[in-house]
Design a protein around this ligand. Structure first.
Ligand SMILES: NC(=O)c1ccc[n+]([C@@H]2O[C@H](COP(=O)([O-])OP(=O)(O)OC[C@H]3O[C@@H](n4cnc5c(N)ncnc54)[C@H](O)[C@@H]3O)[C@@H](O)[C@H]2O)c1
Ligand SMILES: [Fe+2]
Length: 404
């Protein structure tokens, strides 16, 4: 009885949030795309009249020499820059505070985020801290807490997965209690997105797989959300079509520029979709596995996605069947039951082919109540999944993710 009432209240709240998300109509960054497009960045920075850029990235990318071309191009254009390469995977509050210090110490007036979702999210929050003096990262937690415009932010994704270059979101890890939380505000959308497939060629297959499945999860969770609507559906369909046709090629042959380019576009479209509709339980659980055990975000999503789709099958069957048709899986006139099963099977096959596990031995029995509590709280805050989970159903779901 209590659960029935809670469900009804949640649905009312979701409808309300859905209306708000629709009204917000987030801005879209200026898109610069195609092989070699990073070369256009200095010109854009100059046009904006900026004199000193903070480059936010991680030290793996610096060690790989991936920024050398950018450094040279900035120097040639007489644009001063400061390098902040202290971003960890699942970026922490400390990373963001250190980035702000670098920004202020060097008198920067703009930010280039170069890397995967971790540097892009870190850069967004550095920008928010700069434009809200004396506020903490925690003060931005939740939605609509960013009152002032950020410094000009250029996003250069080097993974094809998060879509952070186009979303209203930044995900933060509080290292003190191992919790990940989200910040959502349209002022976090970068002003420029540079999608250069040459920068993703160096991605090793396992990161290509995990990040690509993150993009697929964005598109699917957006599409089956109760608050999805026409424009978001169009973006999600484009993303699913591109991912199912290109991800395994990019995984098999990292130098396949066409596949790399299509995956960057897919990630961008998936971002455009879910920034309007939010995500669902897959992400809510994945954030906990990232916060508690450091499991990479995309990997967690990839593993969890088929379980949640199985769970939601009854309510999401028509939508999943439509995605199967969009992705050329199965015959159009097959039943929704058949097509939706084929779609979920296809995700499992992709996972198996790309070496993605079907569970995580890191999950500890004693952590399950905390994971359930945090998952339920995150989902209840803003997501509108097709089938709601009670705490005990969520507990059962987490247990399915423990191998053997
Ligand atoms: N803001 C959003 O809308 C949004 C959406 C989804 C996820 N996220 C967040 O993004 C983060 C995950 O981002 P991610 O999956 O892109 O991974 P990431 O940025 O953490 O990078 C993962 C690893 O890949 C390496 N890497 C990145 N690009 C590379 C390249 N071209 N060649 C070789 N190595 C490369 C990095 O150095 C790092 O070691 C999580 O914190 C997640 O919660 C944010
Ligand atoms: Fe994600």
């Amino acid at each position: 009885m209590l659960w029935t009432v809670t469900k009804a209240l949640l649905r009312v709240k979701q409808r309300f949030m859905g209306l708000i998300f629709r009204m917000i109509n987030p801005p879209v960054p200026k898109l610069i795309s195609g092989a070699g497009s990073i070369k256009k960045l200095p010109e854009e920075i100059k046009k904006e009249g900026l004199s000193h850029i903070l480059i936010v990235t991680d030290n793996v990318l610096v060690r790989l020499g991936m920024l050398d071309g950018l450094f040279a191009a900035l120097e040639k254009s007489a644009i001063a820059y400061t390098l902040f390469d202290g971003v960890e995977q699942n970026p922490t509050i400390e990373n963001m505070e250190a980035g702000l210090k670098a920004y202020l110490d060097h008198g920067c007036d703009g930010i280039v985020a170069f890397g995967g979702g971790s540097p892009m999210d870190c850069a967004k929050v550095i920008g928010a801290l700069k434009s809200h003096p004396n506020q903490s990262v925690h003060s931005f937690r939740g939605y609509f807490k960013i009152k002032n415009e950020l410094p000009p932010l250029f996003a250069v994704p080097t993974t094809a997965g998060t879509g952070s270059e186009v979303t209203v979101a930044a995900v933060v890890k509080d290292a003190k209690n191992h919790e990940k939380f989200g910040i959502g505000d349209k002022r976090l959308v970068p002003k420029w997105a540079i999608l250069d497939p040459d920068l993703t060629v160096s991605l090793p297959p396992h990161i290509t797989a995990a990040t690509g499945m993150d993009a697929l999860t964005h598109a699917v969770e957006s599409y089956i959300s109760r608050i999805s609507f026409a424009i978001a559906d169009e973006y999600a369909e484009k993303a699913v079509r591109l991912i199912l046709a290109n991800l395994e090629n990019a995984y098999d042959n990292g130098s396949d520029i066409q596949a790399r380019n299509n995956m960057l576009l897919a990630s961008y479209y998936a971002g455009l979709a879910f920034t309007r509709t939010m995500v669902g339980y897959v992400h809510a659980i994945a954030h906990n596995l990232g916060g508690l055990y450091g499991i990479p975000h995309g990997l967690a999503n990839a593993t969890i996605l088929p379980y949640i789709l199985d769970y939601s099958r009854k309510d999401a069957q028509t939508r999943l069947a439509r995605l199967a048709v969009v992705a050329n899986i199965g015959e159009k006139d097959s039943s929704d039951e058949t097509l939706s099963t084929m779609f979920i099977d296809r995700i499992r096959q992709m996972n198996t082919k790309m070496g993605i596990p079907s569970g995580f031995k890191e999950i500890r029995e004693e952590d399950i109540p905390l994971i359930v509590k945090r998952t339920m709280a995150e989902a209840a805050f803003a997501y509108a999944p097709p089938t709601l989970m009670s705490a005990s159903q969520c507990d059962g779901m987490i247990r399915k993710l423990i191998p053997g």
